[in-house]
Design a protein around this ligand. Structure first.
Ligand code: NAD
Ligand code: ZN
Length: 249
C-alpha cells in the first residue's frame, strides 16, 4: 500500500479526525511563513518582532510589521488546502481543526470547529489590560489609521490579539486542543513543529493511539515520529487525499 493510500484508508475508517495546521497551509495564498526566506520584513526576523519585549521597546515598529501583514492577508484568498479542510469540518462530523495561524483564512473558507491556538491578527486588546480593554475585540481596518493604535477605553497602547513567542497560551484553548488529540487520525500540516505546545500535540495523539500523518514540504522534527510523512505541498496533497477518499464533490 502506498503511503497516500494508507492515509486515505485510515481517513475512510476514522470516526474522529483532528488536523493541526501551521503557516505552510497559507503559503499558497501568498502569506510568507516565518522561517522561509520571504518571511523577512525590512531584513528583520519575525521572531524578533513577535515578542512582548519588542513591543515594549518599539511598539510602532512592531505595529508597522503587523499593519503590513494585515494588508497582505486582507488581499489574500483561502487556497485549496483551506477549502478542503473547511469542507471536512462541515461535512464530516467528528472533525476538529486546530490552527497556529492567525490570518483568519480557515474561517474565510468556512471552517467550523476551529481552535485558534495563537489568536487572531484581526483582534486587538489593551496592552495594559485596563478593565474594559482586557478582552480581545475585532478591529479589521487595514491599514490602521494610526500607529500604534490607542485603547478607546484608557488611551494607552493597543496590542495585537495574538500569542507572541514567550507568552502562554490560553488554558481553555490548550485544554480543547488536548481533548482533540483523542482521535482516530491526526494530521499535522504545514508546520515546522518547533513551537510548543502545538508541536507536542501530534505526539500526544500518537500516545492516545491515533494514526498520525505529517504533510510538509520538508522533513521536520515530527517526521520520524509519525506513521506516514507525505512530502509536498499541502494544497496539492490535501486535494489528492480528498479526491481519493471520496469526500470531494
Ligand atoms: P513556520 O514558518 O515555522 O513553518 C512553516 C512550515 O510550513 C515549514 O515546515 C515549511 O516546510 C512548511 N511549508 C511551507 N510551504 C508549504 C506548503 N505549500 N505545503 C506544506 N508545507 C509547507 O510556521 P509554523 O510552524 O506555523 O510556526 C510559526 C508561528 O508563526 C506560528 O505560531 C504562527 O502563529 C505564526 N505564523 C502565522 C502565519 C499565518 O497566520 N499565516 C504566518 C507565519 C507565522
Ligand atoms: Zn485600555
Amino acid at each position: 500500500m502506498s503511503p497516500l493510500t494508507a492515509v486515505v484508508d485510515a481517513l475512510r475508517r476514522a470516526r474522529t479526525i483532528t488536523v493541526l495546521t501551521g503557516a505552510g497551509v497559507s503559503a499558497a495564498s501568498g502569506i510568507p511563513t516565518f522561517r522561509g526566506a520571504d518571511g523577512l520584513w525590512k531584513k528583520v526576523r519575525a521572531e524578533t518582532l513577535a515578542t512582548p519585549e519588542a513591543f515594549e521597546h518599539d511598539p510602532k515598529l512592531v505595529w508597522e510589521w503587523y499593519d503590513w501583514r494585515r494588508q497582505m492577508i486582507r488581499d489574500a484568498e483561502p487556497n485549496a488546502a483551506h477549502h478542503v479542510l473547511a469542507r471536512w469540518t462541515r461535512e464530516r462530523p467528528g472533525t476538529t481543526l486546530i490552527t497556529q495561524n492567525v490570518d483568519g483564512l480557515h474561517e474565510r473558507a468556512g471552517a467550523e470547529q476551529l481552535i485558534r491556538l495563537h489568536g487572531s491578527i484581526w483582534h486587538v486588546r489593551c496592552w495594559k489590560a485596563c478593565a474594559t480593554g482586557c478582552t480581545d475585540w475585532l478591529d479589521n481596518r487595514a491599514p490602521l489609521p494610526q500607529l500604534p493604535p490607542r485603547c478607546p477605553h484608557c488611551g494607552g497602547l493597543v496590542r495585537p490579539g495574538v500569542v507572541w513567542f514567550g507568552e502562554s497560551l490560553d488554558r481553555g484553548v490548550i485544554a480543547r486542543a488536548l481533548d482533540a488529540t483523542r482521535c482516530d487520525v491526526f494530521l499535522t500540516v504545514g508546520t515546522s513543529a518547533i513551537v510548543y505546545p502545538a508541536a507536542g500535540l501530534v505526539h500526544q495523539a500518537k500516545r492516545h493511539g491515533a494514526f498520525t500523518v505529517e504533510i510538509n514540504l520538508e522533513e521536520t522534527s515530527a517526521s520520524s515520529g509519525v506513521d506516514v510523512a507525505l512530502r509536498g505541498k499541502a494544497e496539492e496533497i490535501l486535494q489528492e487525499i480528498d479526491r481519493a477518499a471520496g469526500t470531494g464533490h
